[in-house]
Design a protein around this ligand. Sequence first.
Ligand SMILES: Nc1ncnc2c1ncn2[C@@H]1O[C@H](COP(=O)(O)OP(=O)(O)OP(=O)(O)O)[C@@H](O)[C@H]1O
Ligand SMILES: [Mg+2]
Length: 248
Amino acid sequence: MSGSSRPTSAGDQPLLRVEQVVAGYGQIEILHGVSLEVHPQEVVSIIGPNGAGKSTAFKAIVGLITPREGQVLFDGREITGVRPDLILRRGLAYVPQGRIVFPQMTVLENLEMGAYIETDKQKVRAAMAQVFQLFPVLSERSSQKASTLSGGEQQMLAIGRALMTRPKLLLLDEPSLGLSPKFVTLVFEKVAELRAYGMTMVIVEQNAVKALSVADRGYVLELGQNRFEGTGRELLANEEVRRLYLGG
Ligand SMILES: Nc1ncnc2c1ncn2[C@@H]1O[C@H](COP(=O)(O)OP(=O)(O)OP(=O)(O)O)[C@@H](O)[C@H]1O
Ligand SMILES: [Mg+2]
C-alpha cells in the first residue's frame, strides 16, 4: 500500500523535529548531524545499512543518550536531553530493537507495565481493550508467560506494550527483524492498521521495500548522516537508492 493517498500535511507544525543532532557513546561520535521531521499522522521510515546509526538516532530522540549538539523538538517543546520517562509521559513511545518483553511476566502483566505512567485505571482498561482489538492473539494469551510466546507474538506484545500509554508518536526499531515471513507480513499489516487509525509512526527497518511501501516519507541514513529523503514512492523509484539499499 502506498502512502500517497494521504497528504503529508507539509503545512502543519511537525510533531517531531530532529535538527542536526550529533550524538554517540562516550568519546565515539556516531551521528554527525542527523535531521528529520515527522508530521502528525505521517508514517516515516528510516532505512540504511547496518551500523548507519538508525538505532542510535532513536536513542537520541527518546533520551537514552544525550545529543552533544543539535535539538530534538516534540509536540512543540524541546526534549533534547530530557529523561526517557518524561519523554514517554509527553507522548513519545519507543519499541527498541530485539522485541524486548518481560519474559517471566504474563502478557497481561507486560501490558500493565507498559502503562506504568498512567494512574487512571479506566484509561488503562481502555488502552488495553484497544491493544486487544489490534492484537487479538494477545487477548487469547493474556495469562500466558511472555517467554512462551512465539517470536512474532512477542513482537506484537512489545508493540502493544508501547501502545498502552496511548502515545502521540510511536518509534519502532526493526519490528520485523528475525521473524518468519508470515510474521513479517503480519507486522506490516499491523503497521498499516495503526496508520489507518491515524497513529503517527517512525519505523526503522532492514526490510526497506516493505518499510518504504507503507510509509508516507522516508530517510536513508548512512555513516551517521542523512543520505537521501523523499516520499516512500520517490525513494523506491530512485535508481541510486535501489542499487545501494534495495538490492538492485
Ligand atoms: N552502546 C554502544 N556503545 C558503543 N558503540 C555503540 C553502542 N551501540 C551502538 N554502537 C555503535 O554505533 C554504531 C551505530 O549503531 P546503531 O545500532 O545505531 O546502528 P543501526 O543503524 O541501528 O544498525 P543495525 O541495522 O545493525 O541495527 C555502530 O558502529 C555500533 O557499533
Ligand atoms: Mg539498529
